[in-house]
Design a protein around this ligand. Structure first.
Ligand SMILES: Nc1ncnc2c1ncn2[C@@H]1O[C@H](COP(=O)(O)OP(=O)(O)OP(=O)(O)O)[C@@H](O)[C@H]1O
Ligand SMILES: Cc1cn([C@H]2C[C@H](O)[C@@H](COP(=O)(O)O)O2)c(=O)[nH]c1=O
Length: 196
């Protein structure tokens, strides 16, 4: 089973992901951007204010393709629970916002279309929901993505994704205390694993 954690920068995904890795030591914990050289290229694009948004989309997508073939598909084939801190929905939400002013019509649908041919959709996605101002403040607003105005567009894209696939997403209020957020996420995992 593939479970992904999604949300704005600073929503608390990594905090939750680390706590879950203590609770489920037998599961495979992974993330995007990855630690591969594709991920290094992605991180260079994140830190470059002048990086071309379309080129950045394809760097992130290349990292996803490598992540799928090297980590996710083999782990699922062995019957493991796989938990990923960010996955394809991050591309749909973030890069669709970055491409909003580009030549491409309907960027969210375009990016989903690119992925459709090769991605492996998550079985469940936990969406840590936080307002853009809190997200920017928590993340430190250190790069071009961690800005409240941009994150408001990203959040609107996440809402579109949830509307389109309500059964896959579980929304958790990420403005709660870290302990309360973790309790909510652990409840979701308990139910998922009981049903599996
Ligand atoms: N529920 C919470 N309430 C208040 N602060 C939190 C909460 N969860 C996490 N934090 C704090 O917010 C900051 C960002 O948390 P974290 O790195 O887990 O977020 P993230 O979603 O992984 O961010 P990013 O996407 O930018 O990597 C950290 O300082 C963390 O301690
Ligand atoms: C996977 C992915 C990530 N991003 C953005 C979101 C963050 O601002 C950075 C790095 O992610 P992290 O969780 O802070 O490590 O990259 C993105 O724009 N598109 C993606 O597909």
């Amino acid at each position: 089973m593939l479970v992904t954690l999604e949300g704005l920068d600073g929503s608390g995904k990594t905090t939750v992901w680390e706590a879950l890795s203590d609770r489920y030591p037998e599961a495979v914990f992974t993330h995007e951007p990855t630690d591969s050289w594709y991920g290094d290229a992605v991180n260079r694009a994140i830190d470059d204010d002048d990086a071309d948004p379309l080129a950045t989309l394809f760097l992130f997508t290349a990292d996803h393709a490598d992540h799928l073939s090297r980590v996710v598909r083999p782990a699922l084939a062995e019957g493991n629970l796989v938990v990923s801190d960010r996955y394809a929905d991050s591309r749909y939400a973030y890069q669709a916002a970055s491409l909003a002013d580009a030549e491409i019509q309907r960027p969210l649908e375009y990016i989903r279309g690119i992925h459709a041919a090769f991605t492996r959709p998550p079985d469940k996605t936990i969406y840590l929901d936080v307002d853009p101002e809190t997200a920017a403040a928590r993340s430190g607003a250190t790069n071009k993505f961690e800005q409240a105005g941009y994150l408001a567009e990203v959040r609107a894209n996440y809402e579109r994704l949830i509307d389109a696939d309500p059964n896959r997403f579980v929304r958790v209020d990420a403005t709660q205390s870290p302990e309360a957020v973790l309790d909510s996420v652990e409840d979701v995992f308990d139910r998922l694993l009981a049903d599996d």
